[in-house]
Design a protein around this ligand. Structure first.
Ligand code: F6R
Ligand code: MG
Ligand code: MG
Length: 370
């Protein structure tokens, strides 16, 4: 029997501003999901936060896009929104873009990463949650994990992954997808995913030659873009991802290794700035300096018959101190550029922020230059 792991997340109110999730919102989510576990809808769950995003990590047998699971997440976010309103939290209900649930939470504001697969004898599941950035922030690390032999030694050494992987890439502007094989089509893949605000990795699959089923994903990333849904800037699309590891897949250490770079991502203050992605422990997942810098947390679990072990807070490790120090140095350097590109995003990426409203005011004052 297959297991489904779903992460569904939303910003339903910040504390203060867009810094953090209030503990009372997590209490509501814990109560709601405890009841769903008692009622046998969920096998297991874990509630956490990254910055101002409430994260529901759930396991069940309902498959992806389940009306019941999505409905449970929607109801949880609605209850948490009511609490956020009572407490006067900032931007209560920010990511809930519809008034009522219509059967599938996709396109309604929350971010979703979920995959259904056959559990192996021992199944390490690594979850990632980011704040103050966009889905394309996962392109760089997911590429490195599954396709870069300088990151993943197993691609060279281990015959079970030597053949490489298949990447499903979405064009989030045209709503199309394409499957690319690595290592054969590595350059084509990079040509697309380097443009991370448009082309995003959605899933990674094993190849047919793998001992793992080729139709069951080994990684999945949320690709919701709030401004594509809402038609205007309503906050960032802080993404989440699930990656399976070991025995014919990259090792846990190979899955975490790309995050040691603190690569540059878009988001940060007002969703309008480039900055380094800082890997932090859950305790440090609060966005303070210039509403950031963008952060990523990682919780690792072993999965058994759908049950999750206690999570391990994987970036809560001095081995990542040097990354954090570098990210702080880069933050210091980039902040000195104030409103200038490339710290601020290029004009085409500012289209869905509040900047066009400012530009409109100046419109009639522009005169033709001979
Ligand atoms: C970025 C983010 C924050 C807000 C900023 C202004 O994703 O959420 O940086 O954009 O704090 O917020 P408002 O417009 O709500 O005052
Ligand atoms: Mg917010
Ligand atoms: Mg957020």
């Amino acid at each position: 029997m297959k297991t489904t792991v779903s992460i569904i997340k939303a910003d339903v109110g910040g504390w203060p501003g867009h810094a953090l999730v209030h503990p009372e919102l997590k209490n509501i989510a814990n109560k709601k999901l405890t009841k769903a576990k008692r009622d046998k809808l969920l096998i297991d769950f874990h509630v956490t936060h990254c910055g101002d995003d409430l994260e529901l990590i759930m396991t069940h047998r309902k498959g992806t896009n389940s009306k019941k699971i999505h409905g449970l997440a929607w109801d949880t976010f609605c209850e948490a929104t009511n609490k956020a309103r009572q407490l006067g939290l900032y931007g209560a209900g920010q990511d809930l873009l519809c008034d009522s649930f219509s059967g599938n939470i996709r396109g309604m504001g929350p971010g979703i990463a979920e995959m259904e697969f056959t559990e192996r004898k021992a199944e390490p599941v690594i979850t990632f949650m980011m704040d103050k950035t966009e889905p394309g922030a996962f392109n760089f690390p997911i590429y490195k994990i599954f396709a870069d032999p300088f990151n993943t030694a197993g691609l060279i050494i281990d015959p079970s992954i030597h053949d490489g992987f298949v990447f499903e890439v979405w064009d989030i502007q045209k709503h199309t997808n394409v499957f690319l094989n690595t290592p054969e089509e590595t350059y084509d893949l990079l040509a697309l995913i380097g443009a991370k605000s448009r082309f995003v990795i959605k899933r990674v699959f094993p190849k047919k030659s793998s001992k793992l089923p080729a139709d069951e994903p080994v990684a999945v990333i949320s690709t919701e873009k709030l401004y594509h849904i809402a038609g205007e800037y309503v906050g960032k699309d802080d993404p989440v991802a699930i990656v399976r590891a070991q025995s014919g897949l990259p090792a846990v250490g190979e899955v975490l290794e790309p995050f040691s770079i603190g690569h540059l991502v878009s988001g940060w203050m007002r969703g309008s700035h480039n900055g380094p992605l800082m890997p932090v422990s859950v305790n440090d997942a609060q966005c303070t300096r210039f509403d950031g810098p963008p952060r990523v947390i990682s919780l690792g679990f072993q999965l058994k018959d759908g049950k999750l072990t206690q999570p391990v807070d994987l970036f809560n490790d001095p081995a990542f101190d040097i990354t954090r120090r570098n990210a702080q140095r880069v933050t210091e350097y980039m902040r000195k550029h104030g409103p200038f590109e490339p710290h601020r995003l290029p004009m085409e990426d500012m289209e869905y922020t509040t900047l066009p409203k400012v530009m409109k005011k100046l419109g009639s004052r522009f005169k033709k230059v001979e």
